[in-house]
Design a protein around this ligand. Structure first.
Ligand code: HEM
Length: 182
């Protein structure tokens, strides 16, 4: 997992829960990196899991809720680092449809060593899209947050349902549609 995902996560934890909580979860997680991350480095995903589960215990918020909250936060990071990628797309559906074949392809070039999910994407018509998420990391709540933020960014309404195709969240179907006339 890229360092930027760690540095921004710790930033969010600091903003929301304070520096003491950041220090506490780093100490508790017994990290190989010692919690020192550079945004271009690549680190073990297990470190993120330890940080999140220790945070969950400390602040008494479920892990999935924290992953979702981090996705909401991370959209801002993506937008400020890559405004051109987002501006390129005129609608949220066009952007989402292009994640696998364009956006994450570019990401792989910009962030060597990035660990990305795979999406199987089916555009049903102008108003609806099916996205099947596959990743050993099971960060589907992160994906849900990014999808929601994409619509918010374009000021569009949407309906979103998700179905776990595997219980551990490594395969998840998202059905996304825009209400008529919006
Ligand atoms: C400008 C648009 C985007 C950029 C630049 C971008 C970039 C990235 C980067 C840098 C990572 C971290 C890779 C790593 O840690 O090794 C990532 C992960 C991820 N991205 Fe994107 N992304 C974009 C849009 C989206 C959108 C709209 C979605 C929603 C469907 C999405 C879904 C994910 C997920 C779920 C992960 C976590 C990795 C996993 O689940 O295995 N991304 N992305």
């Amino acid at each position: 997992m890229k360092g930027i995902v760690f540095t921004e996560f710790l930033e969010m934890v600091e903003e929301t829960f304070g520096l003491e909580t950041v220090d506490y979860i780093i100490y508790k997680s017994e990290l190989k990196s010692k919690g020192v991350y550079t945004s271009i480095g690549t680190y073990d995903f297990g470190e993120m899991l330890s940080l999140i589960s220790n945070l969950s215990e400390k602040v008494n918020v479920p892990v999935q809720d924290l992953i979702y909250a981090y996705g909401l936060y991370f959209f801002k990071v993506l937008h400020s680092n890559h405004p051109d990628i987002i501006k390129y797309y005129k609608t949220p559906m066009d952007l989402l449809e292009s994640i696998e074949n364009h956006i994450h392809v570019e990401v792989r070039k910009l962030y060597p060593g990035a660990e990305l999910p795979t999406f199987k994407i089916k555009r049903k018509d102008n108003e609806s899209l099916e996205m099947i998420y596959y990743s050993d990391r099971g960060l589907y709540m992160f994906a849900k947050a990014l999808i929601e933020k994409t619509f918010e960014h374009y000021g569009k309404n949407f309906n979103l349902t998700l179905e776990l195709l595997k219980e551990d969240g490594t395969e998840v179907r998202f059905l996304i549609s825009e209400p008529n006339g919006k």
